[in-house]
Design a protein around this ligand. Structure first.
Ligand code: DGL
Length: 281
């Protein structure tokens, strides 16, 4: 039985899920949040689904051991590859992250929506099902964006190379005739200003972090799991990768204008996994 004073758990392959953390902390400033960046295994987007499921299971177990009352899979790629399985295996509520296709379908005047996703999300069955569900009245074009999440993870938010990549993906959006671009990877949220600049006024950009946070509120409401405090929630950061780089990129996101909450960094103690990650692609 979950305890309302327990933390909300969240994870992503790296810093991308901080977009959902920011929104959740904004809506629920009294909640403690434990965020795990599985940075030693980044990027999920070029790994096979079985490996992502494996990682998502390991990270979920860590969060459950820490008493998490709800787990946010703050990653489209992990949601696609793992959330159905996690829901079966663990007795804790999950909130997943999916591209905001429903609002995108409502916004398009052209009848065509583009979806920017990691290569692995592009291949996943979950995306195909989502497109079937919400895309029946609009034409949905999936645009895989290799290397883009990698730029964000490296903190290269403003670099010329990042802009060149963004420009090429936005050109693909324009070429396919879409007037709405849904961001289907949490890392891309931090490139939203650049994407909007490159897209210009003819393309509306949407992303789901705020919707994820609203869903967290709904699930806590339904289960009566809200913390009693209304402010002062503590945020704890852990990473399977290099803690100094993780903190440095968080600081860079703050400089770029993101409202990443201050929090405590806790060391990662699950040492054997780092060895495996090094030998992985
Ligand atoms: N942030 C992850 C997502 O939302 C992807 C980044 C990665 O490739 O690991 O899909």
């Amino acid at each position: 039985m979950s305890d309302a004073s327990a933390p909300i758990g969240m994870f992503d392959s790296g810093v991308g899920g901080l977009a959902a953390l920011i929104e959740t902390h904004r809506l629920l400033p009294g909640e403690d949040i434990t965020y795990i960046a599985d940075s030693a295994w980044f990027p999920y987007g070029s790994r096979p689904p079985t490996e992502i499921l494996d990682r998502a299971t390991t990270i979920t177990r860590l969060l459950v051991e820490r008493g998490a009352k709800l787990i946010v899979v703050a990653c489209n790629t992990a949601t696609s590859a793992a959330v159905a399985d996690l829901r079966e295996r663990f007795d804790v509520p999950f909130v997943g992250t999916e591209p905001a296709l429903k609002p995108a379908a409502q916004r398009t005047l052209a009848g065509r929506v583009a979806l920017l996703v990691t290569p692995q999300t592009a291949r996943g069955q979950k995306l195909a099902a989502l497109i079937d569900r919400f895309g029946s009245e609009v034409d949905v074009r999936t645009i895989p964006a290799p290397d883009l999440a990698e730029r964000v993870e490296a903190g290269e938010l403003d670099a010329a190379g990042t802009r060149a990549l963004v420009r090429s993906y936005v050109a693909a959006v324009r070429d396919c005739g879409a007037d709405v671009l849904a961001l289907g990877c949490t890392h891309y949220a931090f490139l939203r200003p650049m994407i909007e600049e490159e897209a210009g006024e003819g393309i509306v950009v949407i992303e789901p972090s705020a919707a994820v946070a609203r869903q967290v509120v709904r699930v806590l409401d339904a289960r009566r799991l809200h913390a009693s405090r209304s402010s002062g929630g503590r945020v704890l950061y852990l990473t399977s990768g290099d803690a100094t780089s993780f903190a440095a990129v968080r600081a860079r996101l703050v400089v770029a204008g993101a409202d990443v909450p201050a929090g405590a960094d806790e060391p990662w103690t699950v040492t054997e996994e780092k060895g495996r990650a090094r030998s992985a692609p």
